[in-house]
Design a protein around this ligand. Structure first.
Ligand SMILES: O=c1ccn([C@@H]2O[C@H](COP(=O)(O)OP(=O)(O)O[C@H]3O[C@H](CO)[C@@H](O)[C@H](O)[C@H]3O)[C@@H](O)[C@H]2O)c(=O)[nH]1
Ligand SMILES: [Mn+2]
Length: 727
């Protein structure tokens, strides 16, 4: 390991085993080219007196695509990079000069993002181990909900007890919900006493918030408790209301006389005639509003379900920004997106395990991880559009001009959160987060990279943030449709890594971005590969070399080595064998449905949308989730596509069994020899899909595949295979 920077506030290590990886990668590349040569040199199969050249071409195109895509994935495996920070040194050198930090929490809908979860996240970030006079927490509520506001008023009161408790006993994590769920009564008498008190206060707060949430409105009696509710007098709906800004805590004192952070509630103005640009719009309003209230030079952005899981993360991030040698180059510091509700074998691949443990370390070695919308610290000036200048250094000096926010500026602040403020400005274009893309985060991060900044990734354990991952198949597919569609839009946007990025960022990083931008187009070769070889197996048209041919070698080598590599990488990333298998299945489902529909939507130019992921779960869905049963449940084009492709493979497989049963033994042996790779592919699909077949034909619970989807998919699969068979 080569250590750099040891006198600085952080150090960087290069990954081990790079040479072995490179050697292996070369053998894979040779096999890929070998297969291309095979397709180019061999004649398409002839069957029934006809040449099936279009299938051959299809296979060739798919293999060229997979080969080139595999090359892209090497960019993140070439030079993995790991970071370590020295928070002690930061304290020694800068304790009295720590900058102000503004924390933005975004929420959008109290029904699917329960206010209790939202305020627990807010409390977790208020309780950072950081000078409270330098900390301001903003909650952006795109739902403009008085339920969420009510919850925040309660959290403000509770924080007066919660923060001293966290400080005195150095508790972790500092999300009260997570803390009380994971700890038991302390043994120390004093601690035990305080624990009991604070737990009681917490339970009472929780009851109040959950009652109000359940009723769906704040009773008049409670509205009198805070003057801020008057803001809802003119409120019509969450899509049509004035801007609401309430400073709930202005560095007030906690129960022990220490200062508290600032706490601000913001619901930007919404009008039906003004498009609100989803989270990007909310973030830009937050950037402006906070500039008048606290104007911290560092901004941390978290989603409302992503609580802080360790109290030293702000200091950790500052070790990067304040590093004397490299700090001035760093635009943002991204922490991994980790989740607290992942089951052991991760049925929906929601843990993003390989992305977190492999991809992002590789990206970091090439200039920096992507900005993924949550758990990310930005320098405010860079977010506003500043370009990199090697000579400029940021002045971290903290002045106290934002100590108190005078009442008369509130009106001015509200105008910054109005619908019309951005008209005729560069907001959403060159300033702030970018508009017009469902992955505002990735495109914004890319533009920062293009302006010359680096980013860093810190994946130290325990995890800095923990969120809520999707708990049904449909949610997973819908979320990935949004992501893959967004990433594809980036590819064809002005900021495309393919052209805009060229010459501005490291080629390895461009390849890394391309890996995600090409998710959605990858659907086409994957769909082709998951259908056509199986159909040909049924009919007996060989698209692959026979076992005895030399051309068989590269195919066999690739199938075995890539599978083994993928498996080992997954285990190395902390996964289980079943988790890997589940991951392969979900990989297939995403590629053949989410990514395909994202591609179609992009081609058809459908309207920009942002389907918010639900963070609540029914009890019986939860039960099945814990048992790791796939929740199919809803009928949608996505699930119908998944089921149809799976059925098609089953039909082909059964067709093969019947067909080979009717053959004499010599013919059968020949058939299996020429069709070996087809049999392996189709067989693998069938085995991978066993849970789906069970959900179609066996399961009786509510999570099974709905009858309408079952009928459609079985019918379509039989129809397609019959037509093909007699073609
Ligand atoms: O109009 C909106 C829509 C969403 N949000 C917030 O955006 C966040 C992310 O939404 P979610 O439905 O949880 O989406 P995910 O797919 O889980 O989010 C990932 O992907 C998004 C881009 O697609 C990023 O914005 C997120 O930060 C990133 O965590 C949540 O806090 C929402 O409250 C808003 O503030 N306003
Ligand atoms: Mn989310």
């Amino acid at each position: 390991m080569d250590e750099e920077n040891s006198s600085g506030l952080f150090e960087t290590h290069r990954g081990k085993g790079r040479k072995i990886h490179r050697l292996y990668a070369t053998t894979v590349l040779v096999s890929i080219v070998w297969i291309w040569v095979y397709r180019a040199m061999q004649k398409p199969p002839v069957y029934g007196g006809r040449s099936w050249w279009w299938m051959w071409m299809g296979m060739f195109v798919a293999e060229i695509w997979f080969g080139l895509y595999w090359l892209l994935t090497q960019s993140v495996r070439w030079d993995p990079t790991y970071r370590r920070t020295f928070k002690q040194k930061l304290s020694l050198r800068y304790e009295n000069k720590l900058p102000r930090v503004d924390i933005f929490v975004c929420t959008a809908d109290p029904k699917i993002e329960p206010p209790m979860m939202v305020v627990s996240t807010v409390l977790s970030v208020m309780a950072y181990d950081y000078p409270p006079e330098n900390l301001s927490v903003y909650l952006s509520d795109d739902g403009g909900s008085e339920l969420t506001f009510y919850a925040l008023t309660q959290a403000a009161v509770f924080s007066k007890h919660w923060l001293p408790y966290c400080r005195n006993y150095k508790v972790e994590p500092r999300s009260p919900v997570a803390y009380f769920r994971s700890t038991s009564q302390p043994s120390d008498a004093k601690h035990d006493h305080d624990y009991t008190i604070v737990k009681k206060l917490f339970e009472e707060m929780k009851d109040r918030i959950e009652n109000v949430t359940k009723n769906g409105r704040v009773p008049d009696g409670l509205r009198l408790e805070h003057e801020g509710f008057a803001e809802w007098d003119s409120f019509t709906s969450s899509r049509d209301h004035d801007a609401i800004v309430q400073i709930l805590l202005d560095h007030n004192q906690d129960a022990e006389g220490h200062k508290l952070p600032k706490l601000v509630y913001l619901a930007r103005e919404k009008r039906p005639e003004h498009f609100h640009n989803f989270k990007a719009g909310a973030m830009n309003a937050l950037i402006r509003v906070s500039s008048k209230i606290s104007n911290g030079p560092i901004i941390l952005n978290v989603d409302c379900d992503m609580y802080s899981n360790r109290s030293d993360t702000v200091r950790d991030a500052l070790c990067f920004f304040m590093d004397e040698e490299k700090g001035h180059e760093i635009g943002f510091v991204q922490y991994p997106q980790c989740f607290e509700n992942i089951t052991k074998n991760d049925v929906y691949g929601g843990s993003l395990r390989v992305i977190n443990e492999v991809d992002f370390h590789g990206l970091d070695g090439n200039g920096g991880p992507l900005y993924v919308g949550t758990g990310c610290f930005h320098r405010r000036d860079i977010l506003l559009g500043k370009s990199f200048d090697a000579k400029s250094r940021i002045d971290w000096k903290t002045d106290n001009d934002h100590e108190k926010t005078p009442e008369n500026t509130i009106k001015e602040i509200k105008s910054l959160a109005s619908c019309t403020f951005e008209i005729g400005t560069e907001w959403g274009k060159e300033m702030g987060l970018k508009y017009g893309c469902p992955v505002e985060d990735v495109i914004t991060g890319l533009s920062i990279h293009c302006r010359g900044w680096k980013s860093v990734y810190n994946n130290a354990k325990p995890e800095a943030f923990l969120g809520v991952a999707a708990t049904t198949l449909d949610q997973t597919l819908v979320q990935h449709k949004r992501w893959s569609e967004g990433d594809l839009l980036i590819l064809i946007s002005k900021y495309s890594p393919a052209w805009y990025g060229l010459g501005k960022v490291n080629p390895g990083l461009i390849m890394g971005y391309m890996m995600y931008c090409l998710w959605s187009p990858s659907s086409v070769p994957t769909v082709f590969y998951s259908i056509v070889p199986s159909l040909c197996l049924l009919k007996g048209i060989p698209l692959f070399p026979t076992v005895t041919s030399g051309w068989f070698l590269p195919f066999a080598y690739l199938i075995v080595s890539i599978t083994a590599y993928d498996y080992l990488e997954f285990l190395w990333s902390g996964g289980t064998t079943r988790g890997w298998w589940n991951g392969r299945r979900i990989w297939l489902y995403k590629r053949t449905s989410s990514y395909l529909f994202a591609l179609l939507d992009t081609i058809l130019g459908s309207d920009l949308s942002f389907v918010i992921s639900s963070k609540v779960i029914d009890n019986d869905v939860q039960e099945r989730y814990e048992k790791e049963m796939i929740e199919f449940g809803v009928s949608s084009p996505l699930s119908t596509t998944v089921a149809t492709i799976s059925m098609l493979n089953l039909v082909c497989f059964f067709g093969l069994v019947i067909k080979s049963g009717l053959m004499d033994s010599e013919t059968r042996r020949m058939y299996y020899e020429t069709m070996a790779i087809h049999v392996a592919l189709c067989g693998a699909f069938v085995v991978l899909n066993i849970p789906l077949y069970l959900a179609l034909f066996v399961r009786k619970d509510k999570g099974k595949i709905p009858n309408s989807v079952a009928v459609k998919s079985v019918f379509l699969a039989l129809f397609i295979s019959t037509i093909f068979y007699f073609l």
